[in-house]
Design a protein around this ligand. Structure first.
Ligand SMILES: NC(=O)C1=CN([C@@H]2O[C@H](COP(=O)(O)OP(=O)(O)OC[C@H]3O[C@@H](n4cnc5c(N)ncnc54)[C@H](OP(=O)(O)O)[C@@H]3O)[C@@H](O)[C@H]2O)C=CC1
Ligand SMILES: O=C(O)[C@@H]1CCC=N1
Length: 277
């Protein structure tokens, strides 16, 4: 089996590294292609032991069995136009592009076997979360292969409609940035209180790490954990009351829906967009 990753950016290189390190494929069976000669040259200099690097689609696409599409959604039309004449109906495409629907990819590439997946950036450290949906034309055996490839970056969940791919974009796909937003705000508060940059970073990152580990080791809900931290009339309650007074809960919900709606928007012509409430 030969796997091609198109787009050597954040996510494409993540798949290259994760699939490569998983040991599923020999070096010559894992290929990365990018249209930028500068990117390709830099990658070739690094001489990664796990994959071959290509700058010519005609050399790598026709010999591929599974193709990851990891370019930005706005590059998709131009890419599919270039790919279509070289595709055959046995090939399987896995798109990780936000918003772009299975139907669009099937029509654009002239193939039926399409998987739409929404991973996230922690895939870079093997802690990724991916939701995915496969077109019905994909066989059970092909689906196992797809799952193995996706799971090389972390955990995955199979969903039964594209709505959930867009929804998971608003939760897990974009979610790491929400966490970093929260971290940035807490670090800024720490710096304002007089801590050094480094101490602010340690205070915040260890707090996040500890809280996640507690959460994962126990069935207690986040609300339950909040109660364990907050003493009646104490400091934590003062902070949680401040969150409530400023409606932070709703603001976070709105942000997640903004990403969800943007994913829907990216997948449809503007006049067809009907935003989720
Ligand atoms: N970043 C994230 O956390 C996540 C991203 N995604 C999705 O993954 C996709 C990729 O995102 P990301 O990796 O961040 O993007 P990047 O911009 O980092 O990577 C995309 C790469 O593809 C290249 N490219 C553009 N057009 C073509 C083409 N026609 N042929 C080959 N290569 C091409 C780009 O080159 P150039 O820069 O020169 O245009 C760039 O090197 C997006 O569709 C996004 O929605 C999904 C989940 C999480
Ligand atoms: O911001 C984006 O559009 C992509 C999809 C999810 C994460 N990054």
């Amino acid at each position: 089996m030969k796997v091609l990753v198109i787009g050597a950016g954040n996510m494409g290189l993540t798949y290259g590294a994760s699939i490569g390190q998983s040991g599923y494929l020999d070096k010559e069976d894992l290929m990365i292609y990018d249209k930028s000669t500068e990117v390709v040259e830099k990658l070739r200099e690094k001489n990664n032991p796990n994959y071959e690097v290509y700058d010519d689609l005609e050399e790598c696409l026709p010999i591929s069995d599974i193709i990851f599409i990891a370019v930005k959604p706005y590059h998709n039309d131009a890419l599919m136009e270039e790919m279509k004449p070289m595709m055959n109906d046995q090939q399987l495409a896995i798109s990780i592009m936000a918003g772009v629907t299975i139907e669009t990819i099937q029509a654009g590439l002239g193939i039926q076997k399409v998987v739409r997946a929404m991973p996230n950036l922690p895939a870079q450290v093997g802690k990724g979360m991916t939701s995915y949906l496969a077109a019905p034309e994909i066989s059970r055996i092909e689906l196992w292969m797809v799952e193995d490839l996706l799971n090389s970056t972390g955990k995955s969940v199979r969903v039964d409609s594209e709505k959930f791919i867009d929804a998971s974009t608003g939760i897990s796909g974009s979610g790491p940035a929400y966490v970093f937003y929260f971290m940035e705000s807490m670090m800024e508060a720490a710096r304002n209180m007089g801590f050094s940059d480094n101490d602010s970073k340690v205070l915040v990152s260890q707090t996040f790490e500890g809280a996640i580990e507690l959460f994962n080791k126990n069935k207690l809900s986040p609300k339950g954990w909040m109660k364990r931290v907050a003493s009646k009339g104490g400091t934590t309650q003062a902070a949680l009351d401040s969150f409530d007074d400023n409606n932070v809960h709703n603001l976070i919900r709105e942000a997640a829906y903004a990403a969800f709606n943007r994913a829907i928007e990216l997948g449809k012509p503007e006049e067809e967009v009907e935003l989720e409430k």
